[in-house]
Design a protein around this ligand. Sequence first.
Ligand SMILES: [Zn+2]
Length: 234
Amino acid sequence: MQKGKYYRMRKELVWGAGILAALLLFFTAFGKMKDTADMLQQEEFTSMEYKELPAVQSELSDSEGCYLCGTAKESLMGYFRQFDDLGIISVNQWYVLDFGILPHEEDGADTSGTRTAMTGTGEGGDFFSSTQTPSRGISTVKVSYGEDSILDVEKAKTILCQDCLDKLLAVMETYGPEGEEPKPRDLCLVDFQTLELYSLQEQHASYYIRDYYVRLDQTEDGMEVEAVYAPVRD
Ligand SMILES: [Zn+2]
């Protein structure tokens, strides 16, 4: 009898240890699951969203002085509007860079071969490095972001008329983590013939603008924009 009881106790002990081990395993697994659930929840918190800039009132008193559509001397747009070409505008410093996709016969410059040029847009501003092959209708601009490359809306509203300011803000939509302030780069594409603006924010990859094809690539410290003359074939 005594022996039988001992045996039963041992059996219970073994069972107890087994259940304990099973419980341990269960809680470990449950803990892991909870961690995974927490991680998933965190991912939800950093989900991405499109961000628009709110409408802003222009502070330019005379729209003749608008840097995009007016005749402000400092803007250079009056000069570039004569060319069938595209350009990049660095808004904070208001610097306009023409792609020079096709030869500009008007300026009498040598248009054979390839030209390269480096341009700073001003203190803290973006930096442009361009390679133009007008005889092939290809131009590439590498942009390095300056320290001051986030759009300064306060500046923009003092140099653009209401129409142009609305147009600019419309191409400043960004895509980023939910809840973060929008931080659009101060860059956009411009068609000198139509004065239409096109976004250069990083969620865009390519455009067809009239006879031109434009491809955008993000780089480590900026972006590369390639414009090609590619008219529709008959
Ligand atoms: Zn304007």
